[in-house]
Design a protein around this ligand. Structure first.
Ligand code: BTN
Length: 248
């Protein structure tokens, strides 16, 4: 409901009925000169993109699909924290409704191992310099039949109540706006993130390029947010990859 949607101070929200991908929209607008703080929302995303070249499929009107254009005001070495910060902000916005919500490294939002939201952060070059598009997809109203069995869930399935999408969008955008400052202090961000990340301390299968899978113990996050995994008496780090929680 566009009439009830207000942007945080300095930010702007644009809505469309349909779009192939809001990440692509935000990147195009940025290359055309848009500034950070733009939020692009669509009612129906027809060619959504996920992490690791996957597709993100969402039935019209039963999800929230939007992207935020950011220019983090921190040194380049802190930019890898942006995808984790976004996951943390989405988690924070959902935690009141979904007490069981956790993050799977780097930024899958899960309830009892089922995905309720996904995030795709992409660094882009623009005439104004490098920026980041953070795309967020939240399963809001999907019924069981509309979701891959055992892999995904939706906010309303978990709460058993209808969800006001306008309110939820405002909460997530407000959360991201309000928490951006954590990038200045990545030690605090790391501690806050680790508190809500269910990957740490677990056995994981790390899917590496070339269909290689390494099993290990997720131990920690390094100073750039990469996952430190213990295996074979040593450790290795994963900067961007697919991690699967192994059930005990
Ligand atoms: C993932 O879990 O793999 C990430 C999914 C990200 C989906 C969102 S929906 C809005 C934005 N536009 C896209 O094309 N993708 C992201």
């Amino acid at each position: 409901d566009p009439d009830r949607l207000t942007a945080p101070p300095g930010w702007r929200i644009v809505l469309s009925d349909a779009s192939p991908s809001t990440n692509a929209d935000a990147a195009r607008l940025a290359r055309e000169g848009e500034e950070a703080g733009l939020v692009v929302v669509t009612e129906h995303q027809t060619a959504g993109r996920g992490r690791l070249d996957r597709v993100w499929e969402t039935p019209a009107r039963s999800s929230l699909t939007f992207s935020v254009l950011l220019r983090p005001d921190v040194p380049a070495e802190k930019w890898p924290w942006v995808p984790l910060l976004t996951g943390y902000a989405v988690h924070a916005a959902l935690a009141d409704r979904l007490p069981e919500v956790v993050l799977k490294w780097p930024n899958d939002v899960l309830v009892e191992e089922r995905k309720v939201a996904g995030i795709l952060a992409e660094r882009i070059e623009t005439p104004q310099g490098p920026m980041v598009v953070v795309g967020i997809g939240i399963n809001v109203d999907q019924s069981l039949e509309e979701l891959p069995v055992a892999l995904a869930t939706s906010v309303s399935l978990e709460t058993g109540e209808p969800v006001d999408r306008t309110q939820l969008l405002g909460q997530v955008v407000g959360s991201l706006h309000g928490l951006q400052g954590l990038l200045d202090d990545t030690d605090s961000l790391r501690a806050a993130y680790a508190d809500v990340c269910s990957t740490l301390g677990r056995t994981v299968d790390v899917h590496l390029p070339g269909a290689v899978v390494r099993r290990g113990e997720a131990l920690d996050l390094d100073s750039s947010g990469a996952l430190v995994v213990g295996a074979d008496g040593g450790t290795f780090t994963v900067a961007a990859g697919d991690v699967v929680h192994v059930r005990p």
